[in-house]
Design a protein around this ligand. Structure first.
Ligand SMILES: Cc1cc2nc3c(=O)[nH]c(=O)nc-3n(C[C@H](O)[C@H](O)[C@H](O)COP(=O)(O)OP(=O)(O)OC[C@H]3O[C@@H](n4cnc5c(N)ncnc54)[C@H](O)[C@@H]3O)c2cc1C
Length: 393
């Protein structure tokens, strides 16, 4: 039996492509190396469904707009999983961005969000600053409030796979792909199962959605393929056993003025993230001592009333961003998704590099448009823009 679309990787991109392919009526299979989905980056993100206010500074307007459109679909289609949450941006005397810059950024953000009610923002009057959960008011010039959405990235990934399975997609867990053979009439994937046995399946098109392992998959394709140069950049989050309310704070690191989120997370407070170049096996990410200190410093600076708490920071996790290799700082590099095909016409293999949790559906639709020339005519059963997603039980 030959599949139409075989996908390597059960993170948000893999399941998104599985859903997009299955609703078009394609015989679809997804292979995941672990015994669960979302064991890679898709359970280690900041869990925000957002346009990415800070990407405006890199002029990534189309990315921000696409993410804001996707946010509106997710708020409509996955109300149990994606919740609008207020975000406060405090601006201090020595902040990198002035109140005027933030106001301009938020205005542009609202415009890119079609001026919808979810894209609105306002300045918080000084007399209300006291109610901001202990945020320091020393040298505080202004506080803006706007909205982003939060999700549980693992649950979102599971729910998209459930939706793909409703349309007939198959899932094979414990399937570690170790070789891809491209042959015009039957591309093959070789994978190891949990018994160490080698299995093989055939597919008209193969989508490599292996996230931080994507380059490794490309290196194991025959005939040999051109790869692209990427850096893996680790981002760490810590979780503190305190509650600051159902609001997010968008603060600046006192060390390098990078933006950091302080977010509610299942009754506790999650703080992230960092950017450290990572040169190891992607399965070996782990928070560094200096990353934990960096996050705590930013938190204490903004919430000094917690400074004397001796927090046990045992809850922490790290994920890997896949960014184009460059001399620039990680936070100045493009966040646009890169699609690498073995050939332009009738591609047999497409690899996804980078991307955003928020835009997974749009990414999957782009993938489908790139690979459709290799597939029979689609028999659309639905449109992913309208598919409801529910919390997995
Ligand atoms: C610190 C951090 C914070 C982020 N925050 C946000 C955010 O708030 N909002 C947002 O929109 N985006 C965010 N992102 C980006 C987003 O999380 C990622 O773009 C997304 O999760 C990547 O998903 P993926 O499916 O490409 O990769 P992954 O989730 O890593 O999935 C790849 C999968 O492939 C599997 N795999 C690998 N090799 C093989 C193999 N040989 N055989 C079979 N399976 C294999 C892995 O086990 C894994 O399950 C963040 C990223 C990071 C690193």
């Amino acid at each position: 039996m030959t599949y139409d679309v075989a996908i390597i990787g059960g993170g948000i991109h893999g399941v998104g492509v599985a859903q997009a392919a299955a609703v078009r009526g394609y015989k679809t299979v997804l292979l995941e190396q672990y015994d669960n989905l979302a064991e890679g980056t898709s359970s280690r993100s900041s869990k925000l469904i957002h346009g990415g206010l800070r990407y405006l500074e890199q002029f990534e307007f189309s990315l921000v707009r696409e993410c804001l459109i996707e946010r509106s679909y997710l708020l409509k289609n996955a109300p149990d999983l994606v919740k609008l949450t207020p975000v406060y941006i405090p601006i201090y005397k020595n902040s990198k961005r002035t109140p005027l810059m933030i106001r301009m950024g938020l205005s542009l953000y609202a415009l890119l969000g079609n001026l919808s009610k979810d894209a609105r923002f306002k300045k918080i009057p000084k007399q209300e600053w006291e109610s901001l959960h202990g945020l320091t008011q020393e040298n505080l010039l202004a506080v803006y409030k706007y909205f982003e959405a939060q999700t549980d990235d693992s649950l979102l990934t599971l729910s998209v796979m459930n939706s793909a399975q409703d349309y007939g997609a198959e899932l094979i867990l414990n399937a570690k792909v170790n070789k891809v053979l491209l042959e015009d009439n039957s591309n093959k994937i070789m994978y190891l199962d949990d018994q160490g046995k080698i299995n093989e399946l055939k597919s008209k098109v193969i989508v490599n959605a292996a996230g931080p392992w994507a380059s490794h998959i490309v290196d194991n394709v025959q005939p040999e393929q051109k790869n692209i140069q990427v850096d893996l950049v680790q981002g760490t989050h810590i979780i503190l056993p305190i509650q600051l309310g159902e609001v997010i704070f968008y603060i600046e690191s006192p060390h390098d003025q990078r933006p950091i989120f302080v977010m509610p997370w299942y009754g506790e407070t999650m703080i992230g993230t960092t950017e450290s170049i990572f040169n190891n096996d992607p399965s070996k990410t782990s928070p560094l001592v200096q990353e934990v200190e960096y996050l705590l410093d930013a938190f204490y600076k903004h919430f000094p009333k917690f400074r004397d708490h001796k927090f046990d920071v045992s809850k922490k996790f790290s994920g890997l961003r896949v960014l184009p290799r460059s001399q620039k700082n990680a936070n100045q590099r493009s966040r646009e998704t890169i699609y690498l095909r073995d050939r332009k016409h009738k591609p047999r293999l497409l690899s996804i590099f980078g991307g955003k949790l928020t835009a997974y559906r749009a990414t999957a639709e782009h993938v489908m448009s790139y690979i459709e020339s290799s597939l029979p005519k689609a028999k659309n059963q639905s449109n992913t823009k309208e598919l409801k997603l529910s919390k997995p039980s």
